[in-house]
Ligand binder design. Sequence first.
Ligand code: UD1
Length: 418
Amino acid sequence: MDRIRIQGPCRLSGSVRVSGAKNAVLPEMAAALLVDGTVTLRNVPDVRDVTTMAKVLRHLGLRGLVVEGDVLRAEGGDLGEPQAPYDLVRQMRASILVLGPLLARQGRARVSLPGGCAIGARPIDLHIEALRKMGATIGVEHGYVVASCRRLKGAEFSFEKKTVTGTENLMMAAVLAEGRTVMKNCATEPEVTDLGRFLNACGAGVEGAGTETIVVDGVSRLTGAEHQVIPDRIETGTFLMAAAATGSGITVEGCRPRHLGAVLAKLKECGVALEVGEEEIVVRPDGPLRSVNVITSPYPEFPTDLQAQYMALMTRAEGVSIVTETVFENRFMHVGELRRMGARIVVHGQTAIVAGPSPLSGAPVMASDLRASACLIVAGLAAAGETIIDRAYHIDRGYAQVERKFQELGARMERIRA
Ligand code: UD1
């Protein structure tokens, strides 16, 4: 297993370009299952989750799927056996995104249950309930979600809780269903909006993606289309926090600042000096940081996917900050590792109390999930001495060429290959 070595503290400078959004490209790749014709996605990030989704789709019989640089092409059309096996699904929960498209396209699907996940129970009950409402028969057999239907029928469904991939799965199922589907209490994340744009470019009738109510008028066929994937707002936020934690000035290019409203507001409240343009954000080193509380919530509030990195930042700030995680249970696995680097953090249930500033010192640490590993990078850059992050594969799931991008910003960071 690769490891990442950081020799801190690092002062960053220069500019970095963010990649396309992992959480947008994954459902868009799954949507290729719905299409007759050529799908071209641009600004595709070079991350392992894309490779995993490509394996799942090839296994399902999607033809001609190639990724060259940041362009992905696939030939939608006849598919093979609609079965996504455990070996692939266990590598990435988002594989469940093929369930809706397979049902809509082939009338049956066998998708392995994603299984235990490091950040809480993360069930898929709402995906299943929604698809049942559209006429699918769904059960669990031998660890697989087994689903079948005649043509799915438009229905009205209100999500009991906001779910990003649940909203996307239902939206994709509805585009080829008979009649109108009205979806309520939908997730409003920019990645959902982007999927809606892509589906409509393919000829779908989706209205309201990005709002809490999405209306989909089913069509009989989707054609291929070209689509530019939105920039990754979580990668953007991670660079901003890395710069702020190290008292550095950097420019983050090719980003979409309007997707980061709550994050930018929070950083400004902490005393981080930001200049926000149309497609770039400049961070300037500017005096000591203030501790500010944060509560994670679905978009447009502060994202759970930046909670861990924000906590690393708060170890550098003056005072006490309370970090409350409301989206996932058990998403504080980075706390133990931050403590080993000298952070003073106490956890009570869904709340972590961070007392800052702490002089962090480098240490050997273990990444437990994708965003926890990004948190350890932020901490390692700010800490004095050597930090070695074990299980770098977690970071490779969602951050493109992470050590190259940080090296270009002047960080002493390298990959130790297994
Ligand atoms: C997506 C993102 C992930 C992000 C998360 C929350 C992708 C590929 N992943 O994950 O990076 O951290 O949104 O912003 O886009 N829930 C249920 N039943 C369900 C579905 C979800 O109870 O059927 C619960 C989950 O346990 C969790 C909450 O709803 O507590 C939100 O989860 P959800 O939005 O579904 O997360 P993902 O779509 O898996």
